[in-house]
Design a protein. Structure first.
Length: 112
């Protein structure tokens, strides 16, 4: 299962997101999403509805799916999921949760 992990780097306070799948970890690069729409030249953030979260939403959907789906859904994904993550704290977001969101499963039914 693919998992996205956001962390705040202690040495400079910047935000980094990694992607873990099949025991391998890589850093989620903002550049492919910035080529589509450069909301945030400074990179990712989360926990509110601004430009850094928009960049993260676009980058995650682009990484997990395709450009058409990413372009279509990233603003809604930003508001529904990325903006609700705890600001200035680490997060874990699974591909399963993203797929449930795309499928229209309400957050309240996720544990079911």
């Amino acid at each position: 299962m693919r998992t996205y992990r956001g962390e705040i780097l202690s040495y400079d306070g910047s935000h980094r997101v990694t992607v873990e799948e099949d025991g391998k970890v890589r850093v989620l690069d903002p550049k492919p999403s910035q080529k589509i729409n450069n909301h945030s030249p400074d990179g990712f953030s989360w926990g509110y509805g601004g430009s850094g979260p928009a960049q993260l939403a676009l980058a995650i959907l682009l990484d997990a799916y395709n450009e058409d789906l990413a372009r279509e859904l990233y603003q809604d994904f930003k508001w529904d999921i990325i903006s609700t993550l705890p600001m200035d704290k680490a997060f874990v977001l699974t591909l399963d949760r993203i797929e449930r969101w795309i499928g229209g499963v309400p957050e309240s039914q996720e544990a079911s």
